[in-house]
Design a protein. Structure first.
Length: 190
């Protein structure tokens, strides 16, 4: 109890931190050099991490009429490298036909390395797990030639004389008899 009273009697000193007396300067200048401006007839264009819409992922957008500093281009001029605030490197790419570039010399730059995919695509992971790849080669079936074709031949039996009448002659003879009979019936019916 005495300690608390003693502490209460000690005057408290308040230390004030030094406050700044001036204002903090801000940068409000406009960038100099060539500028890329999005055409007015395109409401939104995508900004990519590299010069391709298929290989590099999109990293942002630009709106119609928006201006950004152009800092490089591909050797064929098909893609423009721009300063793009908000991504780690601060550099992105736009397709050149989507923007107009103000006069000025834009240096030719190389494309960034192709990014590695985040996942390796598989057709069906469940199916791939059911048939694990073995380290051995699969032997394909071999071709075996079929046995030679044996065409049967019929020879007359010994002792039959070999003077048999062919079946075609029998059929032709019966057909002639039928035609002759039809002719007779026709003539008689008159």
């Amino acid at each position: 109890m005495i300690c608390m009273m003693w502490l209460a009697m000690i005057p408290h000193r308040t230390t004030l931190a030094q406050q700044p007396t001036g204002s903090v300067p801000t940068v409000t200048g406009t960038p100099s050099g060539p500028m890329a401006t999005v055409y007015g007839n395109l409401p939104i264009i995508r900004v990519y991490s590299g010069p391709s819409t298929y290989i590099y992922p999109p990293v942002g957008i630009l709106l119609a009429g928006q201006r950004v500093p152009a800092i490089g281009k591909l050797s064929d001029g098909s893609w423009i490298q721009i300063k793009y605030v908000g991504i780690p490197a601060g550099i992105a790419w736009v397709y050149a036909p989507w923007v107009s570039v103000s006069s000025g010399v834009i240096p030719v730059v190389e494309a960034p390395p192709i990014p590695t995919p985040l996942t390796t695509p598989t057709i069906d992971p469940t199916l791939a797990a059911a048939f694990p790849a073995s380290g051995t080669e699969v032997q394909l079936p071999t071709y075996t030639a079929p046995p030679p074709v044996a065409i049967p031949t019929f020879t007359p039996e010994p002792g039959s004389g070999g003077t048999s009448l062919p079946i075609g002659m029998v059929i032709l003879g019966l057909a002639l008899i039928g035609i002759f009979g039809a002719f007779i019936a026709f003539v008689r019916g008159r």
